[in-house]
Each structure stands twice: as structure tokens, then as C-alpha cells.
Write a protein of this length. Structure first.
Ligand code: RRO
Length: 316
């Protein structure tokens, strides 16, 4: 009922974790792999070398509506995530999220990761908001074009022998039609299979009224915003990129119940990733979301995702 395809890769369920949430360590990745309700798994964004990330506290949420994080890209270094001793343990499609600190790092990580035939694809993260001194690539269109040109060449080496390999991007949220057009025009020059919309809304600020203080430590309290508050922005990005590109869209942002999943798919998402609500609720969230989505589909008379994917009604 809720199987889907991303590029040429089949997912028996349309649910994934959002990169960053419970996917840094082996036990976390295995828990995702062993869930009956998750269709594919993705790693924490990785860099060339191990990173400890920013000083605590790096995360805060209000239990549902808003989260803020400034994790600062903590990860074990890319070698950990492409090691065959790790990847051989996975029975689901496994995507490597890559967030190199410079173009050369991204190229090196992509070059090495395409050698591992157990990896189903990469999600190039162009939208980490939390590394001090490193602006989000997704907001610098010239650099974005340059990186995609180089990475696309390398990924094509693998794609030429393996049609099942996915090249995906994770984008920041855009807010202006001219930016949607510019980014889509860049993406359409390359052989990109998926776009994940959206990463957290960069550099928000949450204030604790009682203590008159920020709620996280790094960068004076600024961080990436997630939670249900970002859903309308996520839906707009899903919708726009599904209209402007031929990529399969992975919806991410503001999903806490089956209705949110349904809306993402209605706007054009072929799969969804769950971040804040996964962090709050743990692995059980995927079973609940699946049951809630199935109830909605039954009520509306839909048998499969393609029955309503992208079929948002417009008022004439
Ligand atoms: O690690 C982080 O601080 C982080 C990353 Br890489 C990202 O892509 N998005 C986010 O909200 N946090």
C-alpha cells in the first residue's frame, strides 16, 4: 500500500529518518534498519574527519511545535559510514549523507563512497546551517553549480555500471519564486535523482521567556528550526521542486502525524523523512505514522501513493 520508488530504488515503505536524528552510531542505524515501518535509512551527514560538533546544549524542543538545533555536524568521519563491515549489516536501502567542509572534501568522500556497492546512494547536504564560518551552499548558487558539476561527474562513474545508484540533494528552504527557478535550473543540468526538501530553517532564535535566555549554547543561541512550525515552508518547497524538476522529491519538515505525511505526498513527495518528531518519540513514530497514513488512505479511497502523489487541487 505505501511502497514507493526513489530514482530506480524500491522502498517497501515511504518512511525514512531525516539525516541527523538517531543515525550517527551503529546501534541507531541498526534500529532503523530493523524497523518494519522504515523503507530506507540515511546516515548522519559525514565529513572527511571525525567531528565532535558544537558544545552542549545543542538541541531544544517544546514537545511538538518547534525544535532548534545547532549540532555542528558531529559524526565519526566518512570512513565509518562507508565501511563494508557496517554497510553489510543493512537489509534496507542505505543512503550516505555527505556534508564535506569544502569542495575537495565532498569530492573525496563521493569518490570513496561510490566504491561501496552496498550503498544505495548519496544525499549531498547543501544546507547545514550550523558550522561556524561555513555558509549554506544551497544559498550560494555559483558554488552550488560548481559542486554539482564535479560531484555529478564522479557519481556518473558509478551510475554507468549501476542504474540503481541514487544521487540526491538536501536543500535548504527557499522563500522566493526567483530562487526556486534558479536552483531548479541548476539542478536540471545534472543527473540528480532525488531532492530532499527541506533542511531546518537556518539561524532561527528561540527565547525562554522565564529565564530571559537563549535555549541552546552555540552561536549565541541561533540554530536550525524544525517541528510543525516549518510545515508550510516544507510543503511549498516540495511542491515547487516537484513542478520544476524531474527529480523524485523526499518531503521533510513538520511531519508529526499521518495528515502531515499525506499533505507532503499530495504536494508531490514520493517519500518522507521525519526529524523532530523522530527525535521526540523514538523509533515507534514510524509505526504510528504508517497506521495514521493508512487510515487516511482508506477513508479517502486511495490504494497506493501514486493515487494522490502530487494531486493537490488548485483553485481556478
Ligand atoms: O549537524 C547539524 O548541526 C545539522 C546539520 Br549537518 C544539518 O544538515 N541540519 C541541521 O539542522 N543540523
Amino acid at each position: 500500500m505505501i511502497e514507493t520508488k526513489l530514482g530506480n530504488i524500491f522502498l517497501d515503505k515511504c518512511f525514512m529518518n531525516a539525516s541527523g536524528v538517531y543515525c550517527k552510531n551503529l546501534d541507531e542505524l541498526l534500529e532503523l534498519n530493523n524497523s518494519n515501518n522504515v523503507g530506507a535509512i540515511i546516515s548522519k551527514s559525514c565529513t572527511l574527519e571525525l567531528r565532535h560538533g558544537n558544545p552542549n546544549p545543542i538541541y531544544w524542543d517544546d514537545g511538538k511545535t518547534v525544535s532548534i538545533n545547532s549540532s555542528g555536524l558531529p559524526n565519526h568521519g566518512y570512513n565509518f559510514y562507508i565501511d563494508e563491515n557496517l554497510t553489510s549489516k543493512f537489509t534496507k536501502p542505505y543512503f550516505l549523507s555527505i556534508s564535506g567542509l569544502c569542495i575537495e572534501d565532498n569530492i573525496k568522500i563521493v569518490e570513496e563512497s561510490i566504491k561501496n556497492t552496498q550503498i544505495s546512494g548519496i544525499e549531498l547536504n547543501l544546507s547545514c546551517p550550523n558550522v561556524i564560518g561555513k555558509p549554506q551552499i544551497g544559498y550560494d548558487f555559483e558554488v552550488m553549480d560548481l559542486i554539482l558539476l564535479e560531484v555529478n561527474k564522479i557519481v556518473n562513474i558509478r551510475k554507468n555500471v549501476d542504474k540503481q545508484f541514487n544521487f540526491g540533494l538536501k536543500l535548504p528552504p527557499y522563500f522566493d519564486f526567483s530562487h526556486f527557478d534558479k536552483v531548479a535550473n541548476i539542478i536540471n543540468k545534472y543527473n540528480i535523482d532525488t531532492i530532499t526538501c527541506i533542511n531546518s530553517l537556518g539561524n532561527g532564535l528561540v527565547v525562554d521567556y522565564e529565564s530571559e535566555s537563549v535555549v541552546i549554547k552555540p552561536k549565541g543561541g541561533f540554530g536550525g528550526i524544525g517541528g510543525t512550525v516549518v510545515k508550510p515552508i516544507a510543503l511549498a518547497n516540495v511542491r515547487k521542486f516537484s513542478e520544476l524538476t524531474n527529480c523524485d522529491i523526499i518531503g521533510c519538515g513538520g511531519i508529526s502525524n499521518g495528515k502531515d505525511v499525506f499533505e507532503h505526498i499530495l504536494c508531490g513527495a514520493k517519500a518522507v523523512q521525519v526529524g523532530t518528531q523522530f527525535y521526540i518519540e523514538g523509533i515507534q513514530v514510524f509505526e504510528r505514522l504508517e497506521n495514521e497514513l493508512l487510515d487516511i488512505m482508506k477513508e479517502k479511497g486511495y490504494n497506493k501513493i501514486s493515487d494522490f502523489c502530487g494531486k493537490l487541487n488548485i483553485i481556478n
